[in-house]
Design a protein. Sequence first.
Length: 312
Amino acid sequence: MKGEHPIIEKILDYRQIMKLNSTYVDGLIPHINSKTGRIHTYFHQTVTATGRLSSTEPNLQNIPTRTDLGKKVRKVFKAGQNKIFVDADYSQIELRVLAHMSQDEIMVKAFNEEQDIHTICASQIFGVPIENVSKQLRSRAKAVNFGIVYGISDFGLAEQTGINIKEAKNYIEQYLDKYSGIKKYMEMVVEQAKNNGYIDTMFGRRRYIPEMKSSNYMVRKFGERAAMNTPIQGTAADIMKLAMINVYKRLKKEKLKSKLILQIHDELLIEAELEEVDEVKKILVEEMENVVKLSVPLKVEAEEGKSWYQAK
């Protein structure tokens, strides 16, 4: 109904503000620990099907990042006295894992030559020279790039980008035509899941997908999307867990007081002593980038700030 009447936008804005207030303002207050004055979450290793860590009571992994107003919630998370937050996150880790696992020539080359992956994608699927790729085309290519990882449908892509379904279908077909290595890889994992009833991550962690054998078409389609997505998201989750272990060990080895306090999927947050900030940044980048050898480089960006908002 969006675009049908001016009131719709206002209702959506109102709901967004209500959601932010109830979940992240009023909702976080009861979780403040009376002894520490801090919020402590619970992490679970075995809840998500893809192997990502999940967080509850409260969920600190879903603090909003997509809207400017939502991002401001991060201002309430502040480092302790004489301490500072150091935030490090992987740049496009799932697309890098996809490049490695599919061995698609265009994607592997783009990452190895440190080209902008979304601009390259836009150039490939829209047939325009790299220097003529507009912001809008890059944005659409970005939606296709990330959508492919999640087995997005033409309807889903149309919803995300505001284009019609026919255009979205054409974009996906163009993408799979140009990135033939990815197309072959996707077909291979779906076939593997059909034959075996499960799919593995690069590190051998297994997810069973009984939906592949369902008589219901929609359930089977869900199974196919899970088969495509699990090795990518699951491998990225494995890499992050290994990186967390290595970062923790390195902090101990260097006898640093700084502590790893939060993981948000492809992001790590350390509360660092002021005099240890440079060392902590160096450790995060080195350990996260070198945790595993892929056919494309892993890239990490580290920032610092007195609040989580500033560090991000």
